[in-house]
Design a protein around this ligand. Structure first.
Ligand code: GLY
Length: 502
């Protein structure tokens, strides 16, 4: 990977807060040109994003109502009903497609596909409620403000909270041996449901449970070198750990790659929700272990200890989850050097996944990624959650500071829902960065149009903002010539600041 550019200075020097009429003609900021390698990465990632949407559209046409993709060992998805832990990822991907494109057809499909899953909202027999219902209804609530979706999220959080075991300071993951409580590292990713529902329903005790669970996992599952144990069993009465080992990894003392990725993703999410330094420390330690031990191309063996055992199976699901976690840590870590190194690592993994050998383009697979290690039976397949976290990682990359130069516009005006930048002359435009009003708490749907003459306008792309940051989000577009760049807000929300990228 190339080194990351000098963006903090760039950000400070070029913030453009509306309303503003800049007197100078359009000009690029000196010294801010992205390297050729960064530009190639953008092209590769844009291609992968569009491929992911195409694969999803094809799946959507082929899947029967009420069926959910699970694994694709060959040219067809195996499917499940609403049972198990996998069904939420498909509507989740449809929501990510909506976020990525701003096209309302994806929101309608997501709402239709998630509807049957409402039967799971009170299912207190599983910890998987975040995988099932936060990826689906939770994301729908965040992106559209749907009160019905928020209601399902809150019911599901109540069911998850009923599994809280105060003596252990954790939510029970699995039923275990009599008198014991089993907590697996994967459960960290279900905490997002509790954090989100605590905000929606005004239930601070759910937030506190989630924080405590993450802290217990940081203490009990993370080893001194930053690797993780998959499973810890606790004595139900004393809360003391009585056994540590694995169910899905290679050995009790090995490091199962997907578990490690869940840890990076989950601790980062828990830190984002709580600002608890101990969770930042856990996110850093688990991320550092993963990055230190990745093969050169960035896609881990299915277990970090499988290298050299003769079982060289890689796991793209672990890579996609890890990449999404690293890219979030790259935004949230207070240390700029760490931010740079997590961004570099996260983008390297993402770029490898988006390249030949891992992306399913041209293979006939209905999945986006090949070579996912779901379990011993499906050890080399397309996997629904691999595709989900890959698209999530592609969207998270949009929240990193852009490396492309800022074109200083001659004029920027907001009129009604439209904010238009006039670059003064026709320039090559490669993307648009926007800071949204209430950007960290509300998603805004928008479309980008461009024009060379101010009379004929071309729709370039749409998107829905993440609702996760007050900083700039960058929407990359195919390089094209334009003098005018316009953002049109659809529904609630407003542009606070706009930068056009050259
Ligand atoms: N329980 C989630 C996984 O198998 O990765």
């Amino acid at each position: 990977m190339s080194s990351l550019p000098r963006w903090p200075a760039l950000v400070a020097a070029t913030a453009l807060v509306l309303p503003l009429v800049a007197p100078s003609p359009a000009s690029a900021v000196p010294g801010s040109t992205a390297t050729a390698s960064e530009q190639r990465t953008e092209v590769v990632l844009r291609g992968a994003r569009l491929f992911a949407l195409r694969q999803l559209a094809r799946s959507e046409h082929r899947l029967a109502a009420g069926r959910y993709p699970t694994v694709a060992p060959e040219r067809r998805w195996r499917t499940s009903g609403t049972n198990g832990w996998l069904a939420g990822f498909y509507p989740g991907r449809l929501w990510l497609a909506y976020e990525s494109s701003g096209r309302s057809v994806w929101a309608r499909r997501a709402a239709a596909r998630q509807a049957p899953l409402v039967v799971r909202q009170d299912d207190a027999t599983t910890h998987d409620l975040g995988f099932l219902l936060q990826t689906s209804f939770g994301r729908g609530a965040a992106l559209t403000g749907s009160r019905a979706d928020a209601g399902v999220t809150v019911r599901a959080a109540a069911a998850l909270a009923s599994r809280w075991v105060p003596q252990v300071g954790a939510i029970r993951s699995w039923g275990g041996p009599e008198g014991q409580v089993t907590v697996i590292v994967d459960s960290l990713v279900n905490l997002e449901l509790l954090f989100a529902a605590a905000r929606l329903a005004g239930r601070p005790e759910w937030h506190e449970m989630a924080r405590q669970h993450a802290l217990t996992t940081a203490t009990q599952h993370v080893r001194p070198d930053g690797s993780t144990t998959h499973v810890v069993r606790f004595d139900e009465t004393t809360g003391e750990p009585v056994w540590k080992g694995t169910v899905q990894g290679l050995a009790d003392n090995s490091t199962w790659a997907r578990g490690q990725a869940w840890a990076v993703h989950g601790f980062t999410g828990a830190y984002a929700a709580t600002s608890d330094q101990r969770l930042l420390d856990a996110a850093r330690r688990t991320a550092d272990f993963a990055v230190r031990n990745l093969p050169p191309d960035g896609v881990p063996y299915w277990d970090y200890d499988a290298r050299g055992t003769g079982d060289g199976t890689r796991d793209t699901t672990a890579a996609a989850i890890l990449s999404a976690g690293l890219l979030d840590l790259a935004r949230l870590d207070p240390d700029p050097e760490r931010r740079s190194s997590y961004a570099r690592a996260g983008l390297q993994v993402l770029r490898t996944l988006a390249g030949p050998g891992y992306l399913a383009k041209g293979t006939g697979s209905p999945a986006v990624l090949l070579h996912g290690h779901h379990d011993a039976t499906y050890a080399d397949a397309g996997v629904t959650y691999g595709d989900h976290y890959f698209l999530q990682a592609l969207l998270r990359a949009q929240l990193l500071p852009s490396t492309r130069p800022v074109l200083r516009p001659a004029d920027v005006r907001t009129s009604g829902r439209a904010t238009t930048a006039d670059l003064g002359s026709t320039r090559t435009v490669s993307g648009v960065s926007v800071r949204w009003r209430d950007g960290a708490s509300r998603s805004t749907r928008m479309g980008i149009t461009t024009s060379r003459d101010g009379r004929t306008w071309a729709a370039v792309r749409g998107a829905v903002s993440s609702g996760r940051t007050d900083g700039f989000e960058t929407y990359d577009v195919r390089d094209d010539l334009a003098r005018y760049v316009r953002i049109v807000v659809r529904g609630e929300g407003a542009v606070r600041a706009l930068r056009v990228r050259g």
